[in-house]
Design a binder for this molecule. Structure first.
Ligand SMILES: [Zn+2]
Length: 135
């Protein structure tokens, strides 16, 4: 059972564009067997959240793990709503480390084999899965 912030967060609709889904899946395939990281652009409002673009991190740290990503270097002018990264081990769940380094409002994880949106899931800062629709 969700309480407080988590419940409110989960109740808000999350929409992800088809092109963002495709970009995350193909970037993950390209990075495999290393982990790929993409920044998520979008808009958050009272009504929910929209993810409509991806940005390759300024100093992409392929293969060094999500935790070493230099979040302090993020360009603040971009409307970033979170981070997407891949799990080459096929686990479609955030690790403890992922949650400790949570950035923004949502985290998208795609797990090997990165074939479709079934290999992709969105989570909030508490590691709860957020339902999303593709537009
Ligand atoms: Zn991870």
């Amino acid at each position: 059972m969700l309480t407080g912030d988590a419940a409110r967060e989960s109740a808000k609709p999350l929409k992800i564009s088809q092109s963002v889904v495709d970009s995350i899946l193909s970037y993950a395939k390209m990075s495999h067997p290393k982990e790929g990281i993409l920044l998520l652009r979008g808009k958050a409002s009272m009504d929910g959240m929209l993810v409509d673009g991806v940005v390759i991190p300024p100093s992409a740290t392929h293969g060094h793990g999500f935790s070493s990503f230099p979040l302090g270097m993020l360009p603040s002018a971009l409307s970033l709503v979170g981070v997407a990264h891949s799990h080459p081990n096929g686990v479609l769940q955030p690790s403890t480390e992922d949650l400790n380094h949570f950035y923004g409002r949502i985290m998208i994880i795609t797990a090997y084999p990165y074939e479709s949106e079934n290999d992709l899931a969105a989570f909030n800062g508490r590691g709860h899965r957020i339902r999303y629709t593709i537009f």
